[in-house]
Design a binder for this molecule. Structure first.
Ligand code: R5P
Length: 290
């Protein structure tokens, strides 16, 4: 069956690159706003009888990005696509995986239900915390890829005398694996989150950090507060240099300059979300699945 890779608003470059890897046709989904803010979408290639691979990261503008993806999936089916795969390199709404307070919306399962209009979903390092597998919330086959190997290779090649640090207990799962593959030591900090903008991290073994090139690694940098606090702790412990790496660089509320100001030498992410810090390419990782 003929495959067509479609770049939605947030992931045109990534989609083009996937198409190049698998040597298939690429088209961009035309997306505009009507004067009232509603979304106008148009396929510019023939969709009928094809396998459509839509690529749409759910950031920036997660609500709009999600609506565009849903409209695009449903339209592709109406236009006769045989199979529609949604590649959402960054999957939004995964962190609200519980009703933390009475009356709250548990967004992850609703997001999954809405995106289950596709035939298949592929994503990278979704934030799995209280939900352990995407199959717990998705009704369609949902494949989880990981950028760990790519990150480990990047770290192994770029830095010497490295200490990989996960900023909280949760991050140990990927920090340990990445450190092992990059032949580096690993440490995990302890985090207490008071609100979405207030966190405190504690470094219990500062002697291990002194003189090291620290690579702080996390799945997501959002407001940046986790990284800022972790950078400050490592600076206090006299790290030789501090580098922040994440899979999904959201960098809301000017997080990037704030992390640099706190003392990080650089902040780097993958291109699951396209921005000026996204220097690690995941297109081949995705392409290998087609
Ligand atoms: C939390 O559990 C995640 O792994 C990240 O540490 C968190 O999402 C980062 O958020 P922020 O940048 O807003 O501190």
């Amino acid at each position: 069956m003929k495959k067509l890779i479609v770049g939605c608003s947030n992931s045109k470059e990534l989609a083009k690159s996937i198409a190049r890897h698998i040597k298939k046709d690429y088209t961009k989904l035309l997306a505009r706003d009507f004067p009232d803010g509603e979304l106008y979408l148009k396929y510019q290639s023939n969709i009928a009888k094809k396998e459509i691979i839509l690529v749409q990261s759910m950031h920036p503008q997660p609500n709009k990005a999600m609506m565009e993806a849903i409209f695009a999936v449903k339209t592709a089916k109406e236009l006769g696509a045989v199979k529609v795969t949604l590649v959402a390199p960054y999957l939004a709404y995964m962190r609200q995986d519980k009703r933390f307070h009475r009356g709250e919306c548990k967004s992850n399962s609703i997001m999954a239900e809405l995106l289950s209009c596709a035939d298949q979903l592929i994503t990278i390092d979704p934030h799995l915390h209280r939900v352990h597998k995407l199959s717990e919330i998705f009704k369609i086959p949902a494949k989880t890829l990981t950028a760990n190997h790519i990150l480990a290779q990047f770290i192994g090649k770029k830095y010497k005398n490295v200490l990989v640090i996960g900023p909280d207990e949760e991050s140990y799962q990927w920090a340990a694996g990445i450190a092992k593959e990059a032949c580096a030591e690993v440490l995990v900090l302890h985090k207490k989150r008071y609100s979405s903008r207030k966190v405190k991290v504690f470094l219990r073994e500062p002697e291990k950090v002194k003189g090291k090139n620290v690579v702080l690694i996390d799945d997501i940098i959002s407001s940046g507060h986790t990284m800022i606090e972790a950078v400050k702790e490592c600076k206090k412990a006299k790290a030789s240099s501090i580098h922040c790496i994440c899979v999904h660089g959201i960098y809301s509320e000017n997080a990037l300059p704030k992390i640099l100001k706190a003392g990080a030498k650089e902040v780097i992410s993958t291109n699951t979300i396209q921005n000026k810090a996204s220097k690690i390419d995941v297109s081949k990782l995705i392409a290998d699945n087609f």
